[in-house]
Write a protein that binds this ligand. Structure first.
Ligand code: IVH
Length: 679
């Protein structure tokens, strides 16, 4: 073999290896190498391709970006129409669906597959001889838009399919279908960034996913945190499946991510059970689902049942109860936030909206109230999207009796009585009193929030009590609280008081970005706090930063620069920070502590153990991680950061996989502790 041939072979080998590791990571959520090892392979491939561009192929994992922007999207024709689904909202409707299916099959019974219904954007991706050649949106079901360059940038979409783990051979052509979505958290960070750059924020993760996917410039899409789950196939050449479950298995083993919450169900009852399970965990999932899709599993039966014009007879979408409800506005109050902004809130006749009783709904601001013409006494539609605060979306004006009252902003702050002002060019009305109790409460709640210092047990109610009783006037007072103070509050007993004191103590060890965020500087959200922490590395340097220096940081605009400067110029803020440091705050500069350093790895993490470990008892293992700053809990939830899995793990392991939580086996666990594994 010539040298050149050897290089070509090596490049091919690297490509295949990297696609395999992408498969382990994105499709199985079970990587077998570390990020560093992955990066090393990737870099080697990149370097070789740069030196020998003749061996670069479009299906190389390095080719995920780099297309010139388009003027318009070309039409994308679906070989097989992409149908939509009929909806069901009640169990009865689902049972009727099952009855129709049975009837259509002449009495035979089928099995079902139940899948989370992702709330995102449908796409079809065409693979020829395993190579991604085209991708399009659904459009009207027959013709969509060609968004190939954009789909190529999505990390979880492989540019080449392989036959991993005993999958059927990749057919000469297969059109796969799935849903592109965005995790809620990524959506929020993206919106922070949009606002900071002066763009309109997206209304919800689905809009964000859709807007990101429909960019003429694929380099914009490449920067958006898009994800995907595949759920079916359209046209397939020279391969047939006997069940839909086989389809899902094949997709996964070709390297395409399939939602791990898909279930095979032997009858409709099992599917309904799964629906209730999904309903119970939907808020713990990192992404939004709006129901569950039930599909007849046997493909022969699917064919037999056929389809109506727009939807198949063999599938149905079982939607979660509508997130909208109609109720009456009893009153409109204003809430004062930490920066003094007054937000009008509708006080509602309590109403169940998709399983949660809603008593208040935000009206956003005065201009919104006028635009929607919301009046006290109006009958309105309220909606609740995911975990977002419920909002009044519409007034049913034909329900008016004439007794409704228009709302005006108060002239004085409802919490402290100071005059309310509307600054020039601002939508918001504000209370400018720094010592307004409502502002103090809101800033303490922000300080203690999960993204702030994450002080467990310090919620709205407790903060309100502490401020009202004069025990706390500023965040620094929290660290002077004695057990006796807490015991004097309703609802506190020995253990809860001690727990809160412990949580406060723990919060003193924090990271620079969290600390900056917790301070509640106007316009400094999580994203900007990270940017500032990255840039300055220490609180001291940030405090001394001049406006010009701040403006040089990519991503920091005038508003942020001004807000940061004026925050640190204020004597009271300097005093506050000094006090916190005097109370023993240690603020870690994240930049100096790469993940490999074990104690930084564990710090602040919530850890769950499942199964038997060889080297340690559960208690000993728990002690090792708590010593390193982690917290051990018993059950897996969205708050869990790490699950350590020993021999014969229980259902916690499954749940962790489903929630996409980091999983460590015993060997990795030892490595992360800095203990050498035996043997
Ligand atoms: S199956 C014939 N499965 O819901 C089957 N659709 O109206 C048609 N969706 O926009 C679709 N998750 O993109 C199917 N697991 C899932 C889904 C799913 C989300 C979307 C789909 C389409 C709509 C169906």
């Amino acid at each position: 073999m010539s040298d050149l041939e050897k290089i070509e072979k090596r490049i091919e080998k690297l490509r295949e290896e990297i696609w395999y590791h992408n498969y382990r990571y994105y499709a199985l959520n079970d990587p077998v190498i570390s990020d560093a090892e992955y990066d090393a392979l990737f870099r080697e491939l990149q370097e070789l391709e740069n030196r020998y561009p003749q061996f670069r192929t479009p299906d190389s994992p390095t080719q995920k970006v780099g297309y010139p922007p388009l003027d318009a999207f070309e039409p994308f024709e679906h070989r097989q129409p992409m149908l939509s689904l009929e909806n069901a909202f009640t169990e009865e409707e689902v049972i009727n669906f099952d009855a129709r299916v049975k009837k259509g099959l002449g009495g035979a019974s089928c099995s079902y597959v139940a899948e989370p219904k992702m709330d995102g954007v449908a796409i079809e991706v065409v693979y020829e001889n395993g190579v991604l050649v085209r991708a399009g949106t659904r459009g009207d079901g027959r013709i969509g838009e060609d968004i190939t360059p954009n789909v190529r940038t999505i990390r979880a979409v492989p540019l080449k399919l392989y036959t991993f783990d005993g999958a059927p051979e990749v057919p000469p052509r297969v059109d796969v279908r799935g849903e592109v979505y965005m995790d809620r958290r990524d959506f929020e960070l993206l919106n922070d960034e949009q606002v900071r750059k002066g763009f309109q924020p997206f209304a919800n993760p689905r809009n964000a996913a859709s807007g990101s996917l429909r960019q003429l410039d694929s380099s914009i899409t490449a920067r958006r945190p898009l994800k995907v789950f595949f759920y079916g196939v359209g046209h397939v050449e020279r391969l047939s499946f006997s069940t839909h479950w086989d389809v899902l298995e094949a997709l996964r083993k070709w390297g395409l991510p399939v939602n791990p919450l898909c279930r095979r169900c032997s009858d409709i009852r099992e599917a309904i059970d799964h629906y209730h399970y999904l309903e119970s965990i939907r808020h713990d999932l990192p992404y939004e689902i709006d129901g569950m899709v039930i599909k007849v599993n046997e493909t022969e039966y699917q064919r037999k049942l056929g389809e109506k014009t727009r939807s198949p007879r063999w599938a149905i979408a079982f939607k979660f109860s509508a997130y909208k409800a109609i109720t009456r506005v009893r009153d409109i109050r204003v809430q004062v936030g930490r920066t003094g902004i007054l937000t009008p809130v509708a006080e509602l006749e309590p109403i169940n909206v998709g399983g949660v009783v809603v008593r208040n709904a935000t009206l956003h601001n005065y201009d919104e109230i006028k635009r929607k013409d919301v009046r006290i006494g109006d009958t309105v539609v309220v909606s609740r999207a995911g975990d977002v605060i419920p909002e009044v979306v519409e007034v049913l004006k034909d329900q008016r009796t004439g007794k409704e009252a228009e709302f005006e902003m108060p002239k004085a702050c409802p919490a402290c009585g100071s005059p309310v002002v509307r600054l020039k060019d601002e939508v918001a009305f504000r209370c400018l009193n720094q010592n307004c109790p409502a502002r103090i409460k809101a800033s303490i709640i922000h300080f203690a929030s999960r993204d702030g210092l994450d002080i467990e047990g310090l919620g709205e109610k407790t903060v309100s009590l502490l401020v009202d009783r004069g025990l706390v006037k500023s965040v620094s007072d929290l660290y002077r609280l004695k057990k006796g103070d807490l015991l004097s509050l309703p609802g506190f007993a020995e253990i809860s008081a001690q727990n809160l004191l412990d949580a406060l103590e723990k919060s003193k060890r924090t990271t620079l970005s969290r600390f900056i965020y917790a301070l509640g500087i106007p316009y400094v959200g999580q994203y900007t706090a990270n940017v500032l922490a990255e840039h300055f590395g220490s609180l001291e340097r940030l405090m001394k930063a001049r406006r010009e220096e701040l403006l040089e940081i990519p991503g920091v605009g005038e508003k942020v620069a001004d807000a940061v400067c004026s925050f640190f110029e204020k004597e009271e803020n300097q005093k506050l920070i000094k006090k916190l440091l005097d109370y023993g705050f240690t603020i870690q500069d994240e930049r100096d502590y790469p993940e490999e350093v074990f104690d930084d790895f564990w710090k602040g993490k919530t850890v769950v153990f499942t199964g038997t470990l060889n080297r340690f008892s559960r208690d000993a293992a728990a002690k090792l991680v708590t010593e390193r700053g982690a917290k051990v809990t018993k059950s897996v939830s969205k708050r869990t950061d790490i699950v350590v899995v020993g021999k014969d793990p229980g259902s916690k392991y499954q749940k962790a996989k489903e929630l996409g939580i980091t999983i460590l086996d015993e060997k990795e666990f030892l490595q992360r502790l800095g203990i050498e594994a035996e043997g």
